[in-house]
Design a protein around this ligand. Structure first.
Ligand SMILES: CC(C)=CCC/C(C)=C/CC/C(C)=C/COP(=O)(O)OP(=O)(O)O
Length: 388
């Protein structure tokens, strides 16, 4: 029954005059959306294909095929409105647990549809969008991988927009990949053979060193003569200086011996010995780092990891939409969801998703953007990083 109703609805809406009128309305709506800020990066969890198939009494594969049609509709809306990057969860690593038949059908769909979309005059070509495949391609069948690479190659000259196809992907896999790449980067001397800088006044280890050297001074002051207190204070000052400037090997040696060596600065009044091996080993580590010419791991920040994520070239994620009423991220875009990413869970199934269901999400996003825009940002139309 539901499939009969949707067939009838489809037939009525495809009558030429109605279809034309609807097209005009769609254009008007998208045109008015473009007057406001537009998210630069949107991600979709295209959930509910199988449930759609069940409720409409069609094959599971047919449900996925309807899902692909919905994707084409939504990409059209996104690129027409000015969204720069769309990231889709097309195949999770978890999806390999599905039946062989379904996995093969999804692989075949990716194999044919991606090249189809990339052809001259087709969707991606019309909007100047390039395809990027994010995920562990080694898990994909050779023939599928070849076609995916072909689609990437066919669209690589397109510069107006991007379609990130996560296939096969999970965030945990992506984050692991990024850490692995970061470790590789920090395990070899930087290009050009530059001596790594040791400038890190606010690093955790610098702060720890400062606190401990001050503790040494305090212990000396409490328990010993004024001379010892002075010695301790000097040691603390020395450490602070060393930490706030570039540290040469000589500085490190001096600091290590005068400040932290129990034998040289504290004899009878040494602090608890369990504090000292840590300090010594930290300095040992710094010293060996200086002599090895490797980059300083203290320089690793969240930006370093971002740089090694699959989405490194994409703008920050402004909006994440999941259909089918399920309120989970399912290991998708965990790193990319920042404090300002809007996450929307919609009740409709993915194959039912269209401009009319997407519109309220976009309008609400625009409304929030405008509400949080500062007066001098009035004309800004780019997805921003402001809090709501
Ligand atoms: C370009 C390209 C490769 C397009 C792929 C097309 C497409 C829509 C893929 C989504 C596949 C998928 C696992 C959807 C989740 O719904 P589900 O199967 O988990 O449905 P359910 O939640 O109802 O079980």
């Amino acid at each position: 029954m539901p499939s009969q109703r949707s067939y009838l609805k489809g037939w009525v809406l495809s009558l030429p005059p109605l279809d034309w009128a609807l097209q005009q309305i769609r254009e008007l709506v998208i045109g008015s959306l473009k007057c406001g800020p537009i998210p630069q990066h949107i991600a979709f969890v295209m959930d509910g294909n199988r449930r759609f198939a069940r409720t409409n009494d069609i094959e599971t594969i047919e449900g996925h095929s309807k899902g692909f049609e919905a994707l084409a509709r939504i990409l059209e809306v996104c690129y027409k409105s000015g969204v720069k990057v769309v990231t889709i969860y097309a195949f999770s690593i978890e999806n390999f647990k599905r039946s062989r038949y379904e996995v093969d059908a999804l692989m075949d769909m990716a194999k044919t549809k991606l090249v189809q979309m990339s052809q001259h005059g087709e969707l991606l070509d019309r909007y100047g969008a390039s395809i990027k495949i994010l995920g562990d391609r080694t898990m994909v069948r050779e023939d599928v991988r070849r076609e995916m690479e072909k689609a990437v190659d066919m669209t690589k000259h397109n510069e107006s927009a991007v379609l990130n196809v996560c296939f096969p992907y999970t965030s945990r896999d992506e984050i692991t990949h990024s850490i692995r790449e970061t470790v590789k980067e920090y395990s070899q001397p930087p290009a050009g053979d530059h001596r790594p800088e040791m400038k890190r006044p606010f690093s955790e280890s610098s702060i720890q060193r400062n606190i401990r050297s001050r503790q040494l001074a305090a212990v000396a002051e409490e328990e010993d003569s004024p001379e010892r207190a002075k010695e301790g204070a000097q040691a603390a000052g020395g450490a602070s200086d060393a930490d706030s400037t570039d540290m040469s090997s000589a500085d490190l040696n001096d600091a290590a011996s005068s400040t932290f060596n129990p034998a040289s600065s504290c004899t009878s009044n040494s602090p608890s010995p369990d504090l000292l091996p840590t300090l010594d080993s930290k300095y040992e580590h710094d010293r060996s780092l200086m002599s090895s010419n490797l980059p300083d791991p203290e320089g690793i920040t969240s930006e370093t990891l971002t740089k090694h994520m699959y989405t490194s070239e994409a703008p920050p994620l402004d909006l994440l939409v999941r259909t089918s009423g399920v309120k989970r991220l399912s290991d998708f875009m965990l790193w990319q969801c920042h404090e300002d990413t809007e996450i929307r869970f919609l009740d409709c199934l993915w194959p039912e998703f269209d401009l009319w269901r997407f519109l309220p999400v976009l309008v609400e996003w625009q409304w929030r953007q405008r509400r949080t825009q500062k007066p001098d940002e009035g004309s800004k139309t780019v997805g921003s990083t402001k809090s709501s």
